[in-house]
Design a protein around this ligand. Structure first.
Ligand SMILES: *Cc1c(COP(=O)(O)O)cnc(C)c1O
Length: 433
């Protein structure tokens, strides 16, 4: 056994499944997780000293690359001044100001400790503000693991939602409806029917938790108009897309103003974080100003705030997003060309530095049922071949990949070399079965 295998066996004795978040287990790809001991720039090193080009980026936060000196220095300085005071600190305002300067629709911002907490609180706030109970979400979008959002579609668009996890009460799931992502007509019909009972529609403006699935033209605009028409709040869950697809998030990229926005990932620079923000009149309903209760012992923790602010400072560099997009386009176009050489059905989506690929002939992939119909067997072969060649992709076909500013031509070329070999193996192994 190598060291990762030994550590995994040991972890399983004390931690359910050996992991603190399910996708890390590699269960879906029939493999065992690598245990990492360090990261630098675009690279990770595992406990057996094997190195990997990383496209997970801690699931999104590491847009500047691992252990960026500017972020590390800022955190080190903050550490020496104390870890947490449970009282206001100046850095919280600095980060809120920095966020709102890029995302002006966030007039007031409340910091929390995770994306899950941000969406959960945004839902409560929307219900408190509107006095309504129903929440509408979309198939394939993930908004954290709170009860109201771990709900999948019932048998039809208008049927009550059903729990997507044991332990979620049916009565809670019944307040959530799940519609098809990118289906404008269905959305308009359902809102015409129940819009006046709906507190909020929550959406990932670029879906990043079923691979990467961008909105079709007009989808977000139709959503905005329908919400305004029926008095339901529009919540953009930008935990993944905020500061990722553009500095101002998907709301800037597509020119849509949501009522509330949830953030996480990049704004914590790799430390635990979440935030919700939006229209002043809505945000003023949060305690202590209003009657919607929300609190957190470690919310706005100074160490996290320093990591987040230092990360956002790096995004100010000239052409930061242009360069990142160009690097990512080289990767995605290269992967597509490599798959084409083997005549493999292969579809790849990209928005900025977020990408998702599917072994399917459907192009572009625009919704969850298309994602579900892709060939997961081919994905598993490809994933394992890439991992063994030192490329760390998400261990699931339902996750986005992320490129960081530390990825350069060398890393992309090495990745494409590995991919040519991996596609060859996919073809060979598919022929055998
Ligand atoms: C990651 C993610 C969340 C959950 O954030 P956690 O910090 O893992 O709780 C919520 N929404 C979206 C869109 C995400 O990508």
């Amino acid at each position: 056994m190598n060291r990762s295998e030994i550590l995994f066996e040991d972890a399983k004795k004390y931690i359910p499944g050996g992991v603190n978040s399910p996708v890390r287990s590699f269960e879906r790809v029939g493999a065992k997780p690598r245990f990492f001991k360090s990261g630098s720039g675009a690279w990770l090193k595992d406990e057996d000293d094997k190195t990997y080009i990383d496209y997970i980026g801690s699931w999104g936060p590491m847009i500047a690359g691992h252990a960026h000196p500017h972020v590390v220095t800022s955190v080190k300085q903050a550490l020496a001044a104390g870890l947490s005071f449970g009282a206001p600190t100046e850095i919280e305002t600095s980060l809120a100001r920095s966020i709102t300067s890029s995302m002006p629709d966030l007039e007031l911002i409340r910091m929390v400790n995770s994306g899950t907490e941000a969406t959960m609180s945004a839902i409560r706030l929307a219900r408190g503000f509107t006095g309504r109970d129903i929440i509408i979400k979309f198939e394939g979008c993930y908004h954290g693991h709170s009860d109201a959002l771990l709900v999948k579609a019932g048998s039809g668009a208008l049927t009550l939602g059903v729990p997507d996890s044991l332990g979620v009460p049916k009565s809670v799931a019944a307040q959530t409806r799940t519609l098809e992502f990118n289906n404008i007509e269905q959305l308009q019909n359902v809102l015409a029917d129940i819009g006046d009972q709906t507190a909020a529609v929550i959406v990932e403006p670029v879906a990043g938790n079923m691979g990467c699935v961008p909105p079709v033209p007009g989808f977000l605009k139709a959503l905005r108009e329908a919400c305004t028409c029926h008095g339901a709040l529009l919540i953009f869950d930008e935990v993944m897309t905020g500061f990722r697809v553009a500095k101002g998030g998907a709301q800037a990229l597509y020119g849509i103003e949501p009522d509330l926005t949830t953030l996480g990932k990049i704004i914590g620079g790799g430390l635990p974080v979440g935030a919700l923000g939006g229209r002043r009149d809505i945000m003023e309903m949060i305690a202590p100003l209003g009657g919607v209760y929300q609190a957190g012992t470690l919310s706005g923790n100074p160490i996290t705030m320093h990591a987040g602010l230092a990360t956002l400072e790096l995004l100010e560099q000239a052409d930061f997003y242009e360069k990142l997009s160009a690097t990512t386009a080289r990767l995605t176009e290269g992967l597509k060309a490599a798959a084409d050489e083997w005549d493999l059905p292969f579809s790849i989506n990209r928005v900025g530095s977020m990408f998702g690929f599917f072994f399917t002939s459907v192009a572009p992939v625009t919704n969850f049922s298309q994602v579900m119909n892709a060939d997961t067997g081919a994905f598993n072969i490809f994933f394992n071949e890439m991992l063994n060649r030192g490329v760390n992709l998400a261990p699931s076909p339902f996750e986005s990949g992320f490129v960081s500013a530390a990825h350069g031509e060398k890393e992309i070329d090495l990745t494409l070399d590995a991919a040519r070999q991996a596609f060859k193996s996919v073809t060979a192994q598919r022929l055998k079965t």
